[in-house]
Design a protein around this ligand. Structure first.
Ligand code: SF4
Length: 343
């Protein structure tokens, strides 16, 4: 049996029941592939289901209110994906008559869609003959082919890509693309624990037969992550809390946050900051500490819970009831622990 036939037979017998695989459409593929960037399948499923319920078509996404969009994305992280997804939907409505384009170059020209995502959408939604390589596929086939170069290098990806082109079948390109990802997700697991006994590739797998699954794939160290210290203030008056909108550009742009100051402040420094900002505090208590990790930045956050005597007149609209915040405001995951400490 050819290797591609084995892979497809494995997929037919073992594929997971995922919501974007039920009655698939290019729109479902587009949304799921964007959500799956840097995020695990199990995490994505409830977000995908909610998203499809609220925004079932490309035109509803193009017209979606930003607050609703961010709310649907809240907790999934990497909000730029949501922003770009909406921008892509607007372009699809305006330039492509509401039809998701079916060429790799047109897909790649849409915001937030790089070569991998374009390849995945192209192959899964439109049966385009293209190799889509993500981290899972790189791991499986560096092991299978016995490639010991660093898989973070573009040159290594290109080698794996061209070797894979040699085993692509003539048809069922959509299933084959998903099958490669599926083997990486449920059989050829990372961190030296692949389930080789159940793998359709085990007969000819280099790493398996040479006892090198702990060695391959070879991966260079992650890029350096910048550490930032922050003091987060949970400033409340009864059940209302002060939240502010983040700037229009930069990390977590346009989302809502708790007031925060660079550095780790002492209680006295917080009291000074509060009085300089016209917020008369009746009580300042130490809150939780929390570290949130982004791709290139790490926020090391110390917090204080501040009770104020009176909401200043000019801030009347900035203090929002906690239940309202939960329902309507998009607060990034980085700030949620400070709300959760009161549940
Ligand atoms: S045999 Fe094992 S190491 Fe090789 S591809 Fe399959 S699961 Fe991965």
């Amino acid at each position: 049996m050819k290797i591609s036939d084995k892979i497809l037979a494995f997929f037919d017998g073992h594929k997971r029941d995922l919501p974007w695989r039920n009655n698939p459409t290019p729109y479902k593929t587009l949304v799921s592939e964007i959500m799956l960037q840097q995020t695990r399948v199990d995490t994505v499923i409830p977000y995908f289901n909610r998203f499809m319920k609220e925004l079932p078509t490309i035109s509803s996404l193009a017209k979606a209110d930003d607050e609703l969009l961010y709310k649907l994305w809240q907790g999934l992280g990497y909000y730029n994906r949501a922003k770009n997804l909406k921008k892509a939907a607007i372009i699809i409505m305006e330039k492509h008559g509401g039809i998701i384009p079916n060429t790799i170059s047109e897909l790649e020209s849409l915001p937030g869609i790089g070569p991998y995502t374009a390849g995945a959408i192209g192959a899964i939604a439109f049966q385009i003959n293209t190799v889509a390589i993500d981290g899972n596929v790189l791991r499986v086939f560096s092991r299978y082919f016995g490639i010991t170069d660093d898989i973070r290098l573009e040159s290594t990806k290109n080698v794996i890509k061209s070797r894979l082109e040699g085993i692509y079948p003539a048809n069922r390109l959509n299933d084959f693309t998903e099958a490669l990802m599926e083997i990486g997700a449920i059989v050829c697991l990372p961190n030296g624990k692949p389930l080789c006994d159940t793998c359709p590739l085990s007969n000819a797998c280099f790493a398996y037969s040479n006892k090198m699954i702990d060695v391959i794939p070879l991966k260079s160290k992650l890029v350096h992550r910048r550490k930032e210290l922050k003091t987060v203030l949970f400033i409340k008056k009864e059940d209302r809390v002060l939240i502010l909108k983040r700037p229009r550009t930069g990390i977590l742009s346009n989302l809502w946050e708790l007031p925060n100051i660079e550095g780790h402040l002492s209680k006295e420094e917080v009291l000074l900051w509060l009085s300089q900002n016209g917020l008369p505090a009746s009580r300042v208590l130490s809150g939780i500490n929390f570290v949130h990790i982004f791709t290139h930045i790490e926020w090391n956050m110390k917090s204080y819970v501040v009770q104020i005597d009176q909401i200043p007149f000019h801030m009347e609209n900035d203090f929002i009831e906690i239940t309202e915040i939960e329902k309507k405001y998009s607060v990034p995951t980085a700030f949620l622990p400070f709300f959760n400490q009161f549940k």
